[in-house]
Design a protein around this ligand. Structure first.
Ligand SMILES: NC(=O)c1ccc[n+]([C@@H]2O[C@H](COP(=O)([O-])OP(=O)(O)OC[C@H]3O[C@@H](n4cnc5c(N)ncnc54)[C@H](O)[C@@H]3O)[C@@H](O)[C@H]2O)c1
Length: 275
């Protein structure tokens, strides 16, 4: 029987990109799915067709940085089905720009959604999973949570935080019946590159500089994630290029500092907007 059949699952950031693809594949494989996203308009366009085609899908408008709203959503969904098998804490935003150009509000936006959003999901779902004695928490970080990319320090900080949190929780949760995995994708072709905040960066030039041949679709990404979840992998690194970067990081952190400095020098010439 499929690992996800009849499993009660929540996917945050489920209206677009990786979250949407996860919702589609989970529903296709027979899971009972709640797609939660703060973009209600997009959610309504996405949820109905998935539900029509694949069955058991609900949608809810939710801001993951709002603890009370996350708590209510998870409590209600758990009560409705008397169990919660999976939570994919996937909602996230990106921001590009050097630290010298970022305001404290820029920092707050990224940390509130990316890090606090995951913490909120865990704080509400984990106690229920411990109580029921099973469940799997899957947090979306990034290859930028394993390797320090310059020019996106708030994003890097949030994603390193998610990796550390996930690994620590995995150890705590293991003997309590709860599994924890963290997903670290490389370049996935989603709208995030068009919607993220760019601070003193020329978006068009940045988009042109993306290594298109190294990217994969959100659908392919979702299927790699679910395979990793099925195998209960601790860290699910998605894309061959991301796996290469992570291997280099582990072999020689100093080499990666040098390599990233070169990369920053190049991008300052190509995409930075000077005053
Ligand atoms: N696309 C990539 O190359 C890539 C690489 C590494 C990691 N990621 C991570 O994958 C996750 C999904 O990103 P994506 O590429 O699918 O982007 P996306 O923009 O296509 O989807 C993100 C979704 O999250 C939702 N969202 C944003 N803030 C929210 C909030 N406060 N509450 C609820 N929903 C919110 C958005 O409305 C959107 O529907 C993010 O955590 C992102 O950081 C993406």
């Amino acid at each position: 029987m499929d690992h996800f059949r009849d499993k009660v699952s929540i996917v945050t950031g489920g209206a677009s990109g990786i979250g949407r693809a996860l919702g589609e594949e989970l529903a296709h494989r027979g899971a009972i799915v709640m797609l939660a996203d703060r973009n209600a308009q997009l959610l309504s366009e996405v949820g109905d067709p998935i539900a029509e085609n694949r069955g058991n899908v609900e949608t809810t408008s939710l801001d993951v940085s709002d603890f009370d709203a996350v708590k209510k959503m998870i409590k209600d969904y758990h009560e409705k089905h008397s169990r919660l098998d999976f939570i994919f804490n996937n909602a996230g935003i990106a921001a590009g720009g050097e630290v010298r150009d970022c305001s404290i509000d820029d920092w707050r936006d990224v940390l509130d959604v990316n890090l606090r959003g995951v913490v909120n999901g865990i704080a509400c779902a984990y106690p229920l999973m411990v109580q029921q004695g099973f469940g799997h928490i899957v947090n979306t970080a990034s290859i930028e949570g394993l390797v320090p990319f310059p020019g996106a320090a708030s994003y890097v900080a949030s994603k390193f935080g998610i990796v550390g949190l996930s690994n620590a929780l995995r150890i705590e949760a293991a003997d309590l019946g709860v599994k924890v995995s963290v997903v670290c994708p490389g370049y996935i072709k989603t709208p995030i590159f068009h919607t993220s905040k760019m601070i003193k960066i020329d978006r068009q030039k940045m988009l042109e500089s993306l290594p298109d041949r190294l990217g994969i679709t959100p659908e392919k990404c979702a299927s790699i994630i679910l395979r990793g979840v099925e195998r209960n992998k601790a860290i699910i690194v998605v894309t061959a290029f991301a796996r290469l970067l992570w291997m280099l990081q582990r072999i020689s952190p100093n080499f990666m500092l040098w390599f990233m400095r070169k990369k920053l020098q190049k991008s300052r010439k190509e995409v930075r907007i000077e005053d």
